[in-house]
Structure formats: C-alpha cells, structure tokens
Design a binder for this molecule. Structure first.
Ligand SMILES: [Zn+2]
Ligand SMILES: [Zn+2]
Length: 264
C-alpha cells in the first residue's frame, strides 16, 4: 500500500490540475492520493493569491468529489492544508464543517507576518536575535496549532530549518514540547520529503524528531508536499528507511478523519 496525501494543485500554489495530480499518482502506482491545497484565514483579513479563499472552497471540494466518480481505480482523499493563525481555529472549523474531508493538515507558515518558508530573503535580512525569536514563536505556535484539535496531521514539523538558518540557542526542549502537544491531540506527523529538495537537504522532521515521535506513539504519514505532478512520490523509499530506522512498523491513511493503519 502506498499513499501520497500532501499535494497542491492550481487551486493554491501547485502547478498542475487536480486531474493531472491524480493521473500522476496512478502512474506512480499509488493506491491513494490526497489533495491538500492551502487554506488560509488570516486574523487580519489579509488575502493570499496562492491559497484557497472561503469563497473558492466549495468549487475545490466539488471538483475532488467529482474526480472520485471516475478515478480509474485509485482512492481519492479530500484534504486541506490549513494555516495556523492565533485565535482563528473556531472560525476555520465552522467554515470547513459542511464538507466531507478525509484529512486536514495543520501547518505554521507565518510567525506574526513573517513568512517562514517563502524564500531565503526575509531570513537573510534578519539579525540573529530575530531569527531566534522566529524559531521560538514557531514552536509555540506549532504547540498551539496541535492544541486547537483542528488537524489530523501536523505539517512539516521543523519547517524553519528550510534555508539553513538555525537558532543560536538549543531549542530542542521547545520542539519536544510541540511533539508532546501533537501526541496529546491524537494527531499524526508526516515525513515530508520536500525538504530533501530544499537548501536544508533533509526531510521534515529531522531524524531525532522522528525517533521522538515514535517514542510518543505518534502515527506517521509519508508525504511529498508536491506542487507538480512529477513530485507525487518523491523520495518515498528514502522516507520509508528513515521511518523504519526510527522504529516505525506501520503508517496511517485517513477516511473521513478516521485513521487506518497499514504496514510500512
Ligand atoms: Zn506547508
Ligand atoms: Zn504543502
């Protein structure tokens, strides 16, 4: 059994249609494909051209549900990657309530207006103490995101490492507290393979956190965070080895927000 759950399309910042992503998953021999475009509801009402808006949600859901009717033997899962903003969880839950989602990925991409993963530029211009602050608040927000209970999977756990800017102090304790929150929320974690293709050249999360996730019995998903069809199962074999090294023997998939384990 092979699944790929974290995938973007033209509905957000992907470069392929829903149909093209599904076709790529079929070609890659996957049994399940999940689409999880960005859904961003910022506290200040800001709009992001690269994300689904509340108005575009219905069309997105309709297209994915329609694709199921002629799926060519592959199971299509309805997902979303939701951005964490303090104080917005109830409103987001309310907006998503009418739809039959299979899984929700909860991610932190912003720390008080600072875009963590857009490009290296904002990091480059930041004094080290500000970088430290971004990392610190990131772990706080990730903990808070888990505690909202909104998501099923926590997105790219240690994302701020993307451009190789690290905190000057050791924040492992903060990261482990975030993992504790993920465990307490009953959420899964992803080995997000996109990191291998970024400046950091390492999957999210780092091996230490995968081992720590295993110790906490946090369920695991392997994802590509694909923004184009060719990336639909990138580095999955490598991720399986990483998961096995950390002691994992099974992965999970989702149906209507219920976890289903299967052998690694
Ligand atoms: Zn993301
Ligand atoms: Zn993503």
């Amino acid at each position: 059994m092979r699944t790929s759950y974290h995938n973007h399309t033209l509905y957000s910042d992907g470069r392929a249609t829903v149909e093209e992503m599904i076709a790529a998953a079929r070609r890659a021999g996957l049994e399940e494909i999940g689409i999880s475009d960005h859904f961003v509801l910022a506290a200040d009402g800001r709009r992001f051209p690269w994300a689904l808006s509340p108005e575009s949600l219905e069309g997105y859901v309709d297209e994915i549900l329609r694709a199921r009717q002629d799926s060519g033997g592959i199971t299509i899962r309805l997902g979303l990657e939701i951005d964490y903003f303090p104080g917005m969880a109830d409103r987001v839950a309310e907006l998503l309530e009418p739809y039959p989602f299979d899984f929700l990925i909860h991610s932190v991409h912003f720390v008080d207006g600072f875009a963590i993963d857009l490009n290296a530029g904002p990091w480059e211009g930041l004094p080290q103490e500000e970088r430290d602050r971004v990392w610190r608040v990131y772990w706080e927000y990730l903990r808070a995101a888990a505690a909202t209970g909104l998501g099923d999977i926590i997105g790219h756990f240690d994302l701020p490492k993307k451009f190789n800017y690290y905190p000057s102090a050791d924040l492992t304790a903060e990261a482990l507290a975030a993992l504790d929150a993920v465990a307490a929320a009953g959420m899964a974690i992803e080995i997000n393979c996109s990191g291998w293709d970024k400046p950091v050249k390492e999957a999210y999360p780092a091996p230490l956190y995968i081992r720590e996730a295993r110790r906490r019995e946090i369920p695991l998903v392997i994802t590509a965070d694909a923004h184009e069809a060719g990336d639909i199962a990138r580095h999955f074999d490598r991720a399986r080895l990483l998961a096995a090294d950390a002691g994992y023997t099974e992965l999970v998939r989702f149906e209507r927000r219920t976890r289903i384990p299967y052998p690694l």
